[in-house]
Design a protein around this ligand. Structure first.
Ligand SMILES: Cc1ncc(COP(=O)(O)O)c(C=O)c1O
Length: 375
């Protein structure tokens, strides 16, 4: 008899053969550096963009149950009020993660008979959430206004347009002024997942819609507390009735344990920290790094702190990543299915943790890598 799990071995072999095999690498993160395989490396792939991560907390409650049972520590309400104000919305609701926020709230709001227009590069959690909702999903070409305009004309009960603010793997800004205008004309509801723009861009870190001056045109905001805020969790902010519906219908809110309250307290602390100073430093660092990479010869299309170096081939991207580790830099190779096949890349994320000296030290390494892999 064949071993029970031989089909799994076959599947794993195929993943390896395609150069798409993933391994978990343990590391100890210390601000601008991360120690991996016993080697201290400059960390060019943290999502703690503002570098406000580690501050000390005294741990109170660890965990009790779902928020609808006895897990609703009073700290949730405090943070939810602040997050609603942060987005100029009536109310907000915290979920255990950003992923769960997308799953739970998109599927609570949209349903069979509706259509959702979704950017082709939207995050996996948005894609899964759209499928869960039962609505008809219409994918429009990435940031392509003409394609959106054409596709949004289909008839349906309710229409939704869903986009990221700053795209997680390409680092480009969504064309929110045009998208929101089209959505308004069609009476469609605009949902913005701003996981990578929230706390990082806009006045006071209010996010991508604020950056473009179109905050009022967003109907539902979804975001993560695990990136720009350097904490943990996710949230949705919108009208009070939208939040009430989420509380009543959203499975990833109702049927799971609440975030431990010390993490909520931690987010409150991060929210009230000196984010403005860190935001300014992040943008100085981003400019310094992108300008130099551009000078070396890299094609840099991103205008944000997420700077992908597109390599294409999956095998080469792994070699590129290993080369960087050998030289003292940690920047993760990203491959299919996170990005399309043959669009493998090194996703550099700049943080305010990095000093100008750290960034300066990386230039000769990126220069060498360019000659070795891209010339
Ligand atoms: C656009 C987007 N939305 C949602 C998430 C999920 O957020 P979290 O890490 O809080 O689950 C991510 C995570 O990378 C993301 O990139």
């Amino acid at each position: 008899m064949k071993p029970k799990f031989s089909f799994i071995d076959l599947e794993l072999e195929k993943i390896k053969k395609d150069n798409l095999y993933r391994k978990i690498e343990s590391g100890i993160s210390q601000g601008p550096t991360i120690t991996i395989r016993g080697k201290k490396l400059l960390n060019f792939c943290s999502n703690d963009y503002l570098g406000i991560g580690p501050s000390k907390m005294k741990i109170n409650q660890i965990q009790s149950s779902s928020r609808l049972v006895s897990g609703n520590d009073e700290s949730f309400e405090k943070l939810e009020k602040k997050l609603a104000r942060h987005k100029s919305q009536k109310a907000s609701l915290i979920y255990p993660t950003g992923y769960m926020t997308n799953l739970g709230s998109i599927s609570a709001i949209a349903k069979k008979g509706d259509i959702i227009l979704s950017d082709e590069l939207n995050h996996a959690s948005i894609i899964e959430a759209c499928k869960l909702s039962g609505a008809k999903i219409i994918v429009y070409r990435h940031n392509d206004i003409d394609d959106l305009q054409k596709k949004i004309k289909q008839k349906s009960k309710n229409k939704f347009v869903i986009t990221e603010g700053i795209f997680s793997m390409d680092g480009d800004f969504s064309r929110l002024p045009e998208i929101t205008e089209i959505a308004q004309k069609q009476n469609a509801i605009t949902i913005l997942d701003d996981a990578h723009g929230d706390f990082v861009v806009g006045n006071g870190g209010k996010g991508t819609a604020n950056h473009f001056g179109v905050s009022k045109k967003i109907d539902v905001y979804i975001s993560s507390l695990s990136k720009g805020l350097g904490s943990f969790g996710g949230y949705v902010a919108s009208e009070q009735n939208v939040i009430n519906l989420n509380i009543n219908k959203s499975k990833s809110f109702i049927y799971t344990s609440a975030l431990p309250s010390f993490l909520v307290e931690y987010s409150l602390k991060q929210f009230d920290s000196n984010r403005g100073k860190q935001q300014k430093k992040l943008w100085e660092n981003t400019k310094l790094f992108s300008n130099e990479l551009h000078r070396i010869g890299y094609k840099i299309n991103s205008k944000s702190h997420i700077i992908p170096i597109i390599i294409g081939n999956e095998k080469t991207v792994m070699e590129f990543g290993e080369f960087l580790i050998k030289k003292g830099i940690f920047a993760q190779p990203i491959r299919y299915p996170t990005v399309p096949k043959n669009q493998a890349r090194i996703r550099v994320s700049i943080t305010a943790w990095l000093t100008k000296k750290n960034i300066g030290n990386s230039f000769s390494i990126f220069d060498e890598a360019f000659s070795k892999f891209l010339k």
